[in-house]
Write a protein that binds this ligand. Structure first.
Ligand SMILES: O=C(O)C1=C[C@@H](OP(=O)(O)O)[C@@H](O)[C@H](O)C1
Ligand SMILES: C=C(OP(=O)(O)O)C(=O)O
Length: 449
């Protein structure tokens, strides 16, 4: 939904220790995919633990517009009656994906090999983001796209009437591009092959296998080679969505930073393609125990016990960036409160997220008194040590949920309160963030007018 909402200014200030159980919402990536694959299966898929953030609700509405029957049975509990691969019907109106890059790019892929036209748009943030990275490979299947300059939304995609299978090497580390091509490959006859030089999150591959598509993954000298056999009949599934490690990052980092804290974050996905922040925090000296490791819904999960820790700066290598791409903003906050310098390398993809996240974090941290160096592909944060960040600024969020939650996390440990100009976008991925954090003892509130 891209209706312009009134900004929601919010402020965070230092409080006592954070204590208790933090039940973060379902994984956003898996939630989008469960709805889309449910819509492309024949019969009834049941999803539990679905993230009911606006990004995912927009994907649910889109699947209805393409003809699937999508129904909410209760909190996080959804039923999707699918129309089968190639069974989408042409939407009667514009598909509005709101703030969600994942939603729009995956859905473009899913419809690109069915002969119909769909027009996509989104909010002011999404309308700035590049879509050529998906429409270019989708054109190899025979789809055509007509958008604004620079491949921006609004954009019409005309699906291929006679799709050809594709062999495609993804030029940027992007699970959205990989997934768009694989979703398009579902309705192309023969074998579609996607090669990624750097591994990105693998939820699409896992879920395709679960829904019964013929998919193989091989690690070769060329990279990860994913081979999909087109035109499968997808079998409906029961999908139990694990909790989102990218959302868990906020209470986890807050508990590490606020003295005396100890929290438990149950049932968080420990998928190795999403694990980079946790690897990095351990290197910085974080006290995080991964308790009760188990498998749920085809994904490894664990309960995270997190205790306040004194952290030191670290260098994150470019090869780790994809596995923590959404966590760099909050890592920048942790780095500002650590002893020594933190260097984040190979992070230029951050420039094409909901905002230019390198710029948004650099400007906000500088306003809070932190020294930053940056270039196109690198962010360097000069840590000020525990209790060392002055704070006292209002940071611009640029319609970006992760920027909002990161600066609110900083406010919990800075010497003076930290405000954000708009906490509204938090609801795209983490509805209930404010309630969850205040329930742990954090002081986060709407800024009085
Ligand atoms: O495939 C996905 O679910 C996602 C992939 C990542 O984007 P890119 O593919 O652009 O790296 C990530 O930033 C996004 O939040 C979710
Ligand atoms: C980048 C993100 O999402 P998307 O690309 O789906 O908008 C995110 O959630 O941090």
């Amino acid at each position: 939904m891209s209706a312009h909402a009134e900004p929601v200014p919010m402020t965070a200030r230092a409080s006592g220790p954070l204590r208790g159980r933090a039940e973060v919402p379902g994984d956003k990536s898996i939630s989008h995919r469960a709805l889309i694959l449910g819509a492309m299966a024949v019969g009834e898929t049941r999803v539990t633990g679905l993230l009911e953030g606006q990004d995912v609700l927009d994907t649910a509405a889109a699947m209805r517009a393409f003809g699937a029957d999508v129904e909410r049975l209760g909190p996080g509990d959804w039923r999707v009656a699918g129309v089968g691969v190639g069974g989408f019907s042409e939407p009667a109106d514009v598909i509005d994906c709101g703030n969600s890059g994942t939603g729009v790019r995956l859905i473009m892929g899913a419809m690109a090999t069915t002969p119909m036209t769909a027009v996509f748009t989104g909010d002011a943030s999404l309308r700035k983001r590049p879509m050529g990275r998906v429409t270019q490979p989708l054109s190899l299947f025979g789809a055509r796209a007509f958008g604004r300059a620079g491949g921006r939304l609004p954009m019409a995609v005309v699906g291929a009437a006679d799709p050809l299978p594709v062999r495609y090497t993804v030029p940027v580390p992007s699970a959205q591009v990989k997934s768009a091509v694989l979703l398009a490959g579902l309705n192309a006859p023969g074998e579609t092959v996607v090669i990624e030089k750097e591994a990105t999150r693998d939820h699409t591959e896992r879920m395709f296998a679960g829904f019964g598509a013929g998919i193989g993954v091989e690690d070769t000298a060329e990279g990860r080679v994913i081979t999909l056999t087109g035109r499968p009949e997808l079998r409906p599934q029961r999908v139990a969505v694990p909790r989102d490690p990218s959302s868990a990052a906020f209470p986890v980092c807050a508990a590490l930073l606020v003295p005396g804290s100890e929290i438990l974050v149950p049932g968080v996905s420990r998928n190795p393609t999403r694990d980079g922040l946790y690897v990095t925090l351990l290197e910085m000296g974080a006290d995080i125990a991964f308790e009760n490791p188990r498998e749920e819904g085809g994904e490894p999960v664990a309960d995270l016990r997190v205790r306040h820790s004194v952290l030191k700066g670290v260098e994150t290598p470019p090869g780790r960036a994809a596995s923590m791409i959404d966590e760099f903003p909050v890592l920048a906050v942790v780095a500002a409160c650590a002893e020594g310098v933190t260097v984040m390398r190979g992070v230029k993809e951050l420039r094409v997220k909901e905002s230019d996240r390198i710029d948004a974090m650099a400007r906000g941290l500088e306003a809070c008194g932190v020294r930053i160096d940056e270039d196109e592909d690198t962010l360097i944060v000069h840590g000020m040590g525990p209790g060392g960040v002055p704070g006292g600024a209002t940071c611009a969020v640029h319609l970006d949920h992760r920027i909002a939650m990161s600066f609110l996390t900083l406010g919990l440990v800075a010497r003076a309160p930290v405000s954000v100009d708009d906490g509204g976008p938090i609801a795209t991925s983490f509805p209930g963030f404010e309630a969850l954090m205040t329930g742990l003892g954090a002081d986060i509130a709407r800024t009085p007018a």
